[in-house]
Design a protein around this ligand. Structure first.
Ligand code: SPD
Length: 286
């Protein structure tokens, strides 16, 4: 379990492949849960933030880059939104964005580490926002891999995987068995999405993840954006559906209801973000 490195001059850094990604600030909490090391910090630039096993997860004033990119292409395009599943996402940001859609009737959040939820609610309450008190949210402190394996066929309209990097507790969220189970429990007309790492800092993991999801669902495409605090700052999310690339086309009525409350996502931004596939990745995927 890695801690972020901290310096006497107040820098908190994630180290990745010989590069440091850091914020100036101070550590508020640094503890071990049964699953991982959890660190909560307060930074001058992005407010309070969360690291797991020494890797940046989120921060108050930067989280929208990540959460809007993961949620809105999926929720604006699935045929129905009645039942949504979020695997991971213990800071609450993904659930918060999902619950902006009135058509969502029930959201299962399955987070393995209850301590991440507790510390996020205490120190980063703006990230989960109203989601924590929304009656449609059911918080399940369980293993997401077991949850999808045990779920009924065709039981969710949207499945979002908001895990950490593929080491430690999130490792099993990147393999064939897991993606096959997700396909099995997705309803017809449904959309699956997962964070799929950086095309620069996790190049091979990214390529392998997109290939595998495409093989299992039939249709899958990566969308590219930025999360400046993550390794390289360049990030991706991969969307999949069985009945065609429906995630590329936001339904106008849903998009209109959501866009004005977004900082990053809009139908226009989404179109560009799917198009912005770097040439070296496109060659690998064709
Ligand atoms: N390298 C960081 C990948 C983290 C993805 N999950 C972030 C959690 C935000 N809800």
């Amino acid at each position: 379990m890695d801690s972020p490195s901290t310096t006497a001059s107040g820098w908190i850094d994630e180290h990745h492949q010989g590069v440091r990604y850091g914020l100036q600030g101070r550590v508020l909490v640094d503890e071990k849960s049964p699953y991982q090391r959890i660190t909560v910090i307060d930074s001058s630039r992005y407010g309070k933030g969360l690291l797991l096993d020494g890797c940046w997860m989120t921060a108050e004033h930067q989280e929208r880059h990540y959460h809007e990119s993961l949620v809105h292409p999926a929720l604006c395009s699935a045929a129905q939104l009645e039942r949504v599943l979020v695997i991971g996402g213990g800071d609450g940001g993904t659930a918060r964005e999902c619950l902006r859609y009135q058509d969502v009737k029930h959201l299962d959040m399955v987070e393995i580490d209850g301590r991440v939820v507790e510390l996020s609610q205490k120190h980063l309450p703006s990230i989960g926002g109203h989601a924590w008190s929304d009656a449609r949210l059911q918080l399940n402190l369980e293993d997401g891999i077991a949850w999808v394996a045990n779920a009924t066929d065709s039981s969710y309209d949207v499945i979002l995987v908001d895990g950490s990097d593929p080491t430690g507790p999130a490792e099993g969220l990147f393999n064939k068995t897991f993606f096959k189970q997700c396909r099995r429990i997705l309803r017809p007309g449904g959309v699956f999405a997962t964070q799929s790492e950086s095309p620069e800092a996790f190049r091979q993991v990214h390529i392998d993840t997109v290939r595998l999801i495409r093989q299992i669902f039939g249709h899958a495409d990566p969308l590219y954006g930025w999360v400046p605090m993550y390794p390289s700052g360049w990030w991706s999310w991969t969307f999949a559906a069985v009945d065609g690339p429906r995630y590329r086309n936001p339904l106008p009525a849903r998009a209109a209801a959501i866009s004005s409350g977004c900082e990053i996502w809009s139908p226009r931004w989404q179109q560009g973000a799917f198009q912005a596939i770097p040439a070296f990745i496109e060659r690998e995927l064709t």
